[in-house]
Design a protein around this ligand. Structure first.
Ligand code: PRX
Length: 650
């Protein structure tokens, strides 16, 4: 498991400590007493957070826990879009910017809360006119444009369940998700911009729709600008409708559905160890409570903040910390469509300067890219408005943390390293910026009201082992869509009634948590979760491939890169062209993020006598490490030959 890496033992001796600046602590939203309050009565504490939302009907019971199924705020009724929009309309919130959007080519749009509310209501009415109602599934396959947030909120307004699919996924991945959820409607766009190139979403969607029989209607947003003039999409009569046509006559108000706290809010697919990605199910009351609470307390949100989370709405970070958490708090949210190096590597800092960004939340992979591009880029811009920095998605190496602190944070901004997952819905382990002394590389302590521990295989506390969540939390996943057994097997079968997160972790003398990375066959490539099995299936789908094994390999920027070991069918020549073709094939099957960085052809894969591929040895080879114990192999020669070939290929 991950806990055996010597480098991490060194980390635990990290002795640099950073106290929150005194003035930050004094004015911070979260004060030390929230830990005591949560410890005294966890349920009452979460109920206090829930009470900050607006409920149509109050709940009768805070928590019902029948492991592994939790229900929070039973009997309570609320609506998410009402909480994110309507309740900010009385008073100055009405004209406050809710979404400040910038497209990659530099076009901009801003929606005040009043305007966003009207747009969401019009789209909600539009969706209703297409026959979408409570409990129906709607797939959202959009670029990072305001309509992505509008579509999500419009679904929540009418009680439809959204399933956002990252715009970088292939038609096949999109179709799989449409089918698993039996989506009735798909919302997409003609295209979007990424690194100066148009992304042809509608043509991908068309390809997916050929095998998405449940989808009856397709709503297409016109991205606008020069892009839409050139893309020339085809619309299928009776099925496809333009977003602007659909909204043309729709009223600017729409009564929100009164949803039960435990009604499903959304499904989000995420990669696991086996099979097709799992549809993680989140519900309404508990999810909104915890995302709103963590956004406020962890990001120290104040009324005049300009908040920017650089994630894509296609991932959980985009759901919880671009859309629901910040809007539930009435924040001004910046949203950017494109790449950080377009037109040049100063783009993010230019955006921070022009909009006066005060809170900036990004991933370690991005920070490592900024480091490589050089300090001259951020140095060319005024970043003095920044007051708080965040990171998420992978372990942050102390060197990157220190760079972030010094170069971007000007040594004055606290850094919140937030550990959480698609499944947890919201932040779980994190510093509180005005309270916690931070150390580079650790996510520090559980958020108040969260009980985490590090356990060994048997479930006993250990200073090194598996990260575990000991009791239910409001924004926890409720099940896997359509497969409750998989939910039980994946998360609840290791220990009784305790959540297995799939990460290795250690605790140091300050009781801080150090997250070491995944202990299962899930890779984390540039902060994106990819199952090795998915990539292997895509490879063996190619006509030339007999067998494949995929492992992660350390990468300076991406954290991990994908290394694929491939055996070819008899008579097929291993050529460079075939290598390129296989990489492209994976891109077509899953999406560009899953393309292997390297493909190694081999006559055999190392297997045990019972035929199990020994990935541990392949990892050793890919990392260039001394190869571990090979005594259980059917043929130890395979590894020697493979290592030699790998070294020769460079
Ligand atoms: O391995 C952990 C890593 O990302 C995984 C969750 O991935 P995903 O569901 O895609 O959600 C990412 C955004 C919340 C975790 O199992 N991870 C996430 N945050 C951190 C992290 N690893 C170390 N430190 C973090 N702060």
């Amino acid at each position: 498991m991950a806990g055996d890496s010597g480098a991490f033992d060194d980390l635990l001796h990290e002795d640099r400590r950073f106290d929150p600046p005194a003035d930050f602590s004094r004015d911070a939203v979260a004060q030390p007493e929230i830990y005591t309050r949560a410890d005294r009565d966890r349920e009452a504490y979460w109920a206090d957070w829930a009470a900050e939302l607006e409920w149509f009907e109050p709940w009768s019971t805070v928590l019902e826990w029948t492991p592994p199924h939790a229900k929070w705020f039973l009997g309570g009724k609320l609506n998410v879009s009402h909480n994110c929009l309507d309740r900010h309309l009385d008073g100055p919130g009405r004209t406050k910017p809710a979404l400040i959007w910038e497209g990659e080519p530099g076009d901009t749009r801003t929606y005040t809360y009043e305007e966003l509310h009207a747009e969401v209501c019009r789209f909600a009415n539009g969706l209703r006119s297409l026959g979408v109602g409570r409990g129906d599934r709607v797939t959202i396959y959009l670029p990072m444009i305001p309509e992505a947030a509008v579509a999500m909120l419009a679904c929540t307004r009418i009680g439809a369940i959204h399933s956002v699919v990252f715009g970088g996924f292939s038609p096949e991945s999109l179709a799989d998700r449409n089918n698993d959820a039996s989506a009735k409607v798909l919302i997409t766009a003609d295209g979007g911009w990424r690194r100066g190139q148009p992304i042809r979403l509608k043509s991908n969607a068309d390809a997916a729709l050929e095998r998405s029989p449940t989808v009856e209607k397709v709503v297409v947003v016109r991205r606008g600008g020069t892009l839409s003039d050139t893309l020339g999409v085809t619309m299928e009569p009776g099925r496809d409708v333009w977003y602007h046509d659909l909204l043309a006559d729709m009223p600017r108000t729409c009564d929100p559905e009164s949803m039960d706290a435990e009604d499903t809010l959304f499904i989000l697919y995420t990669s696991g160890t086996t099979g097709m990605p799992k549809g993680v199910v989140h519900t309404t009351g508990g999810y909104l409570t915890q995302v709103a609470a963590t956004t406020k307390a962890v990001f120290d949100l104040k009324d005049d903040d300009v908040y920017w989370c650089t994630a894509d709405v296609g991932w959980i970070t985009g759901h919880s910390y671009i859309v629901y958490g910040p809007l539930a708090n009435g924040a001004s949210v910046l949203m950017y469509e494109g790449a950080p190096d377009t037109p040049d590597q100063g783009r993010f800092w230019d955006i921070c300067q022009r909009y006066g960004v005060t809170i900036f939340y990004t991933a370690p992979t991005a920070i490592r890219a900024f480091m490589r591009w050089g300090e001259q880029w951020p140095a060319g811009y005024d970043l003095s408005a920044l007051r708080l920095l965040g990171t998420v998605g992978e372990p942050i190496n102390p060197e990157a943390w220190m760079w972030y602190h010094r170069v971007i944070g000007g040594e004055r901004c606290p850094i919140v390293d937030t550990w959480w997952q698609t499944e947890t819905g919201a932040i779980m382990i994190t510093p509180l910026p005005g309270v916690t002394t931070t150390k580079p590389g650790t996510a520090t302590r559980p958020f108040p009201g969260i009980e985490a521990d590090v356990l060994d295989e048997k479930g006993d506390p250990s200073h090194a082992g598996y990260l575990a969540i000991m009791s239910p939390w409001p924004s926890m996943l409720r099940t896997v869509w359509g497969d409750d057994q998989r939910f039980r097997d994946t998360y609840w079968s290791k220990w009784d009634g305790i959540y297995f997160a799939g990460d290795g972790a250690k605790r140091d003398d300050d009781e801080y948590f150090w997250i070491l990375g995944r202990v299962d066959d899930v890779l984390n490539v540039a902060g994106h979760r990819i199952g090795t099995m998915e990539v292997e299936s895509a490879l063996v789908d190619h006509q030339s491939v007999a067998e494949s094994a995929v492992v992660g390999k350390s990468h300076d920027i991406k954290g991990q890169a994908i290394a694929a070991f491939v055996t070819l069918k008899d008579g097929i020549e291993p050529t460079d062209d075939l290598m390129a073709e296989l990489r492209a094939h994976v891109g077509e099957k899953i999406g560009a993020i899953a393309k292997p960085e390297m493909v190694v052809f081999t006559a055999d894969l190392p297997k045990t006598r019972s035929g199990k591929i020994m990935r541990r040895l392949l990892r050793d080879i890919a990392e260039g490490n001394a190869v571990g114990d090979t005594t259980t192999l059917a043929d130890p020669e395979v590894v020697r030959r493979l290592k030699q070939k790998y070294e020769e290929d460079g």
